[in-house]
Design a protein around this ligand. Structure first.
Ligand SMILES: [Fe+2]
Length: 360
């Protein structure tokens, strides 16, 4: 009794930890890895794997594991529903416990399991209400008869994990369709101004290259991917005749174009997960010496990603052809960057970018 209560408590605490992670909008891969790591802890085993059904509803694939060799995962990763132990768990919708895999006819990869040191295993369905979305499996390197409590504990844990997985997927889909919408908008700007075609893509690529050289985190790199694509989104709000004007702009027209970084931030700002990105878009025309717009902030007051975008954006503007002038050669644009390093641009970023260009 006491053990049962403590086990449940342990599982509950773990679930709380997982839901906290999900609430902070992590990627699916991260959540799945967290689940196998926690299952291992709760069930007191060394080896665990998680399979999810593909979209076809017929193929099960290992999506996260702990304690299994890469070779084994590769060998057994893909199975059909109704095949092997996990395929039968999905087909029957209930757990399967095996005390010795060598003695179970349903077991597909006996030789691989032997090599891996797997003797017993317990697989439970991961189900959302009635719908099975995958399986969770723990393995042991000794013959072991799984007790009903162990089966219940892993099943309860798997059921809760199903919710976490589904929420993460929903969030990812939402994120994806939102990003696709925004990307379409970004393409609309480019369509209005054919001379900037490909500009956002190139700026994104330069900014990503700089970020890698500077050792930015994975999360920052993802942010740059979005911010780079969308940095000129505010141009949607600028009148067509100004945007496509051939030849120099008047002072008033230039002032209107300058509004685009602020407008872009206003478009994205209300969306919860674009909040961070909107700050970088707002700041992509700030200057390191404080002479930029819209806020006239300087140096480290300008967010790092905005400073990176500024260098990438300016370099692409200099090297691209325009109707009224030809783009600069790379070496001349680099001289320009160096000349404006410390005034318009952050010197560290200019140095990083020169390194990037040197490697090309
Ligand atoms: Fe811009």
């Amino acid at each position: 009794m006491y053990r049962e209560v403590t086990d449940k408590l342990k599982a509950l605490t773990t679930l709380l930890e997982i839901s906290k992670e999900v609430a902070s909008m992590k990627e699916l891969g991260y959540v799945l890895q967290l689940i196998v790591d926690k299952a291992k802890e709760i069930m007191d085993v060394e080896v665990c794997s998680l399979r999810l059904l593909d979209e076809d509803g017929d193929t099960l694939r290992i999506r996260a594991s702990v304690g299994l060799s890469e070779e084994f995962v590769k060998k057994v990763s893909k199975i059909k529903v109704g095949q092997g132990i996990n395929g039968n768990v999905v087909k029957e919708g209930k757990p399967i416990a095996i005390s010795n895999v060598l003695e179970d006819k349903r077991y597909l990869s006996t030789i691989a399991a032997q090599k891996e040191g797997i003797i017993s295993q317990l697989s439970v369905p991961i189900a959302l209400k009635e719908k099975i979305i995958g399986t969770l499996t723990i393995y042991k390197n000794i013959e072991h008869v799984f007790m009903q409590e162990e089966i219940n504990l892993l099943s309860t844990f798997a059921a809760e994990c199903a919710v976490a997985i589904e929420n993460t997927r929903l969030y990812e889909n939402l994120n994806k369709s939102y990003f696709e919408t925004i990307q379409t908008l970004a393409l609309t700007i480019e369509a209005r101004d054919p001379y900037t075609k490909g500009h956002s893509d190139r700026v994104t690529q330069y900014a990503l290259d700089i970020a890698k050289v500077m050792g930015l985190s994975e999360a920052e790199i993802t942010t740059i991917r979005y911010a780079g694509k969308l940095h000129d989104i505010g141009k949607i709000a600028i009148k067509d005749d100004i945007l496509s004007k051939q030849g120099p702009l008047t002072t008033a027209e230039r002032a209107e174009v300058k509004l685009h970084s602020d407008k872009g931030a206003q478009i994205l700002g209300p969306l919860e997960f674009m909040k961070g990105i909107s700050t970088f878009i707002r700041g992509h025309h700030e200057r390191f010496d404080g002479g930029g717009y819209p806020d006239g902030i300087k140096q480290e007051e300008i967010p790092l990603i905005a400073r990176i975008l500024s260098v990438a954006d300016s370099y692409d503007a200099m090297t691209s052809d325009r109707p009224y002038r030809k783009g600069m050669e790379q070496n001349i644009a680099v001289v320009e960057l160096e000349k404006n390093s410390g005034s318009q641009f952050d010197p560290d970023i200019v140095n990083a970018f020169i390194k990037v260009l040197g490697n090309k």
